[in-house]
Design a protein around this ligand. Structure first.
Ligand code: NDP
Length: 482
């Protein structure tokens, strides 16, 4: 049993202001694997005060000093990737192979791309009019991260704060505190000055809200549901903070008949089910040209039926459980709605998959599910399900495909498969989303990640990720009084 009863504040592990413990459960069995302390406003005040004091000196460090610290952070991260992966598997149920190769690895991938972006970043530039612009760290940053890609999200927020000379207070999801604790240890080991990075465990309503409202916090960066992102914006409004948000998605996957349809459909189904469907940019709405629709349904059904659901502790390319009871119940309720609203159940359905080992039968495993012939009036068309549930619908023309793809309040990613490059460019231009995947290829670490419409604002990763954490200052070139 792991006990996380301390917060990392001002370079030390300190006891919370008031003891309040919560169990940490592992999704594959629902067994308790640890306890975590939940903080309150007093803990937030302490962490923000430490962060504010550290900003005085850390904001004055040189780019070379900050690059040296980031490179040390990369070295210690590499040494503990295995620990991060094991923690992620335990706390949120990603299978061991995926935890190591994708989840933990993303922390390093983003860090290395931020190092490259900072190396290339000019902290001052001269405008065509001769004035000089400098990019300066924004101040104390409040960072709130979710449970679905815990290390990925921490790296996307903590690293740009540290890279630009800002300081920060992190509130990870209290349900995934194990990897967050390791991340704090990495920062400590890398040698960051006390107060530059602080970690407070706690829930959104108390710690998250106290951070968002705090007058000494200059910006909030949040990833999670659109509902909570909107609450962070409201809380931050009174103190005019910058707020960047990475929220939900209902990403379309448009498949034209002129591509390798079998490959595009199989890959689309697997990507939707990856991380048990708990990725904000998962391609959850597959739109297929009618001439190949029947074939696509056949490939999709076979791919879903071949998707293995199993113990996350075991290596392999299977998918694991959903994250917790609430998530399981939400997904079951959406499957129920799909059944009631008249779409066709192509694969999966309600309940747990058949053949689960006995010790997993108390875990939050769901059946890889596909609904076909889904129409825009249905809940499963509109709502983010955040589970292994794909919807499929046919289209007749390119214009219709684009209209169907854009028929969502979200705009995070969009996926596209076609053999025609001119069409790929034309359709990409008209899809209202922050990132386009073409023929199975996504953009790499260091490229901007973020959404249009209600998927959020701001961009994370690389050069664009740094920009959210800087203020712009302008001055004329120096000259004596005339
Ligand atoms: P939430 O958005 O509620 O939680 C994400 C983080 O925000 C957690 O740390 C949470 O703390 C915190 N939080 C919640 N409310 C507030 C608030 N008012 N002020 C500040 N912080 C807050 O996600 P859930 O875990 O409830 O998942 C619900 C749905 O959100 C999912 O089904 C999915 O659709 C979507 N989601 C999207 C993610 C993404 O990557 N875009 C990630 C996770 C979820 P606490 O745990 O205490 O609530």
């Amino acid at each position: 049993m792991i006990t996380l009863d301390k917060f990392y504040i001002n370079g030390e592990w300190v006891a919370p202001a008031a003891p309040k413990m919560m169990p940490v459960l592992t999704p594959s069995t629902n067994a308790q694997v640890g306890t975590v302390a939940l903080g309150n406003e007093v803990d937030v005040d302490r962490a923000v005060a430490a962060s504010k004091a550290a900003f005085e000196t850390f904001s004055m460090t040189t780019k070379a000093e900050r690059l040296a610290l980031l490179r040390r952070l990369a070295d210690v991260t590499k040494a503990r990737l295995g620990d991060l992966a094991a923690a992620i598997t335990m706390e949120m149920g990603a299978p061991a192979t995926m935890s190591r190769e994708s989840q933990a690895q993303s922390g390093l991938g983003h860090l290395e791309s931020f190092i490259a972006a900072l190396e290339a970043h000019d902290e001052e530039e001269t405008l065509p009019n001769g004035d000089i612009v400098s990019y300066e760290p924004i101040g104390v940053c409040g960072l709130i991260t979710p449970w679905n890609w815990p290390v990925n999200q921490i790296a996307l927020k903590v690293v740009p704060a540290l890279a630009t000379g800002s300081t920060c207070v992190l509130k990870p999801s209290e349900h995934t505190p194990l990897s967050a604790r390791i991340y704090a240890e990495l920062i400590h080991e890398a040698g960051y000055p006390a107060g530059v990075f602080n970690l407070v465990f706690g829930d959104g309503i108390s710690v998250g809200s106290a951070l968002s409202k705090h007058p000494d916090v200059a910006m909030m960066s949040f990833t999670g549901s659109t509902r909570a992102g909107s609450a962070v914006s409201r809380d931050a409004a009174a103190t005019i903070k910058r707020v960047t948000l990475e929220l939900g998605g209902k990403s379309p996957n448009v498949i034209f008949a002129d591509c390798d349809v079998d490959a595009a459909v199989a890959e689309g189904v697997s990507s939707c089910f990856d991380n048990t469907g708990q990725s904000c940019n998962a391609p959850t709405k597959m739109l297929v040209e009618r001439s190949v629709y029947a074939r696509a349904l056949d490939v999709a059904r076979k791919t879903a039926e071949a998707t293995k659901v199993d113990d996350p502790m075991v290596e392999g390319d299977h998918i694991g459980p959903l994250f917790d009871r609430l998530q399981y119940e939400r997904v079951q309720a959406m499957i129920q709605k799909g059944l009631e609203e008249g779409s066709t159940l192509l694969a999966g359905g309600l309940g747990r998959p058949d053949g689960l080992a006995k010790h997993l039968q108390t875990g939050w495993f769901a059946r890889p599910t596909i609904f076909s012939d889904v129409t825009p009036d249905m809940s499963v068309w509109r709502e983010e399900i955040f589970g292994p549930v794909l919807i499929i619908a046919p289209f007749d023309t390119e214009d219709e495909a684009i209209a169907m793809a854009n028929d969502t309040e979200y705009g995070l990613d969009a996926y596209l498969s076609t053999g025609d490059e001119a069409r790929a460019m034309r359709v990409s231009r008209r899809l209202r989303a922050g990132g386009i995947h073409i023929n199975g290829r996504a953009s790499d670490y260091g490229s901007p990640f973020g959404g249009f419409k209600q998927s959020g604002n701001g961009r994370e990763g690389g050069k664009f990720g740094l920009e959210d954490y800087v203020e712009v200052k302008v001055r004329p070139p120096f000259a004596q009084w005339p």
